[in-house]
Write a protein that binds this ligand. Structure first.
Ligand code: PLP
Length: 406
């Protein structure tokens, strides 16, 4: 493909792990779009299920007394695969929605059980939690918080260093446990540069949450639905979250859907007094949308039928070996893998944005992340050979840069 430096790339069609541009170039999708095209692109049966559902019932809201079969089936399915027992489900339209509802619910929970001071949300530097006001405020990417004339769009947010459980203990000491509602983290930090958890980190965080009555929220928007070789990364990393946020992989991107899974500790107080219980007033126009729900159900059927979660685990091993081999390259500082998610941190001598542009010219899409890191997170349907080809293309580009012939 000719140089793409500074050029827009228009994708006109896609099938499996490949994308076709308006100039006819065929590119391997090495990032599964924005970490979501897990079952691959262009599946006929996904189009078919959307068509059938649209013919029958394209949409009707689920406010008040209304519901529909697909929303019920999807909620049941999600309850059956949740990383904890007896989950309740709130559905919405994407990851940022999910963050907003999870953090609102955390505050609403403490308020409802009579501890209204517990409002502060603690998160990690370099984390990404979407771009609604709450997500922008808690996320640790300062450039997204700039330009609003205030440090944080929503009050009461605090960020701590990403691998440092001691910093959490210090924050609790400083802010006071009586003022803290929740701690939120991505099990594997994605946009911040692909950072898997350090051994023991979440164990200590959870101990502190437990000891100090702080809710633990796992943001599984990227990691949910098989990306780390388990349905949820919470299972893989032995997390016991009170709330899980999800989106992306729930439909593999065939429709905009997100939601949260809520553990009994948090939902129970809202159901204790029968008709006198307070209503948790949250919902969006497309919550429980039957077409997106039908697509999510079909997506999960495909994941199961084709054993794609086991495949994701197998691909993680290939990725780990390939990235290890790349570490000896003089233009690579280090590499990281957490599930079928890889990051190649480049040396200061090269720039990830430039390198990813060059990789496109070789027919592969990767993406620059924070910290001069190249993102590798392809669909789960890749062959081992295709994955090796992708990582080796990164090596080829780095070799050409080393030799001064980009
Ligand atoms: N949380 C995490 C961990 C994400 O990576 C993202 C998006 O990349 C979001 C939340 C926001 O999701 P959305 O872009 O669907 O609103």
């Amino acid at each position: 493909m000719p140089s793409v430096i500074g050029q827009q790339i228009k994708i006109v069609s896609a099938d499996g792990a490949y994308l076709t541009t308006d100039t006819g170039a065929r590119l391997l999708d090495g990032t599964a779009s924005l970490w979501y095209a897990n079952i691959g692109h262009g599946r006929e049966e996904m189009a078919q299920i959307a068509y059938e559902q649209m013919k029958k019932l394209e949409a009707y809201h689920v406010f008040g007394r209304y519901t529909n079969d697909r929303a019920i089936e999807l909620s049941e399915k999600l309850r059956s695969i949740a990383p904890f027992d007896d989950a309740k489900v709130i559905l919405n339209s994407g990851g940022s929605d999910s963050i907003d509802v999870a953090l609102k619910l955390a505050r609403r929970y403490w308020n409802h059980i009579g501890r209204a001071n517990k409002k502060v949300i603690i998160s990690r530097e370099h984390s990404y939690h979407g771009l609604h006001a709450y997500g922008t405020s808690v996320a640790g990417l300062d450039f997204n918080r700039e330009g609003y004339g205030t440090d944080s769009l929503v009050d009461g947010t605090e960020r701590i260093e990403k691998h440092d459980a001691g910093a959490f203990a210090d924050a609790i000491e400083r802010i006071g446990a009586e003022n803290i509602a929740a701690y939120i983290a991505e099990p594997v930090m994605g946009t911040g540069g692909v950072h898997p958890p350090q051994p023991g980190y979440f164990k200590e965080i959870q101990r502190l949450c437990h000891e100090n009555d702080i809710l633990f929220i796992a943001d599984e928007v990227i990691t949910g639905f098989g990306r780390t070789g388990e349905m949820f990364a919470s299972t893989r990393y032995q997390l016991r979250p009170d709330i899980v946020t999800f989106a992306k992989g729930v439909t593999s991107g065939y429709a905009a859907l997100g939601g949260i899974l809520v553990a009994p500790r948090v939902w129970r107080p809202f159901f204790e007094n029968g008709a006198d219980s307070p209503t948790y007033r949250h919902g969006t126009t497309y919550s429980g949308h039957p077409v997106t729900a039908a697509l999510a159900l079909k997506n999960m059927e495909i994941l199961e039928r084709e054993n794609l979660i086991a495949r994701s685990a197998a691909l993680e091993e290939v990725l780990t070996a390939e990235l290890k081999a790349l570490e000896s390259h003089e233009l690579v500082k280090t590499t990281r893998v957490g599930g079928f998610l890889g990051g190649i941190e480049l040396s200061d001598k090269v720039n990830a944005e430039f390198v990813t542009d060059k990789i496109i010219e070789h027919g592969f899409i990767t993406r620059p992340l924070r910290g001069n890191t190249v993102q590798i997170s392809p669909p789960f349907i890749l062959t081992d050979q295709e994955l090796r080809g992708l990582v080796r293309a990164v090596g080829t580009v780095l070799d050409s840069l080393k030799a001064g012939t980009p």
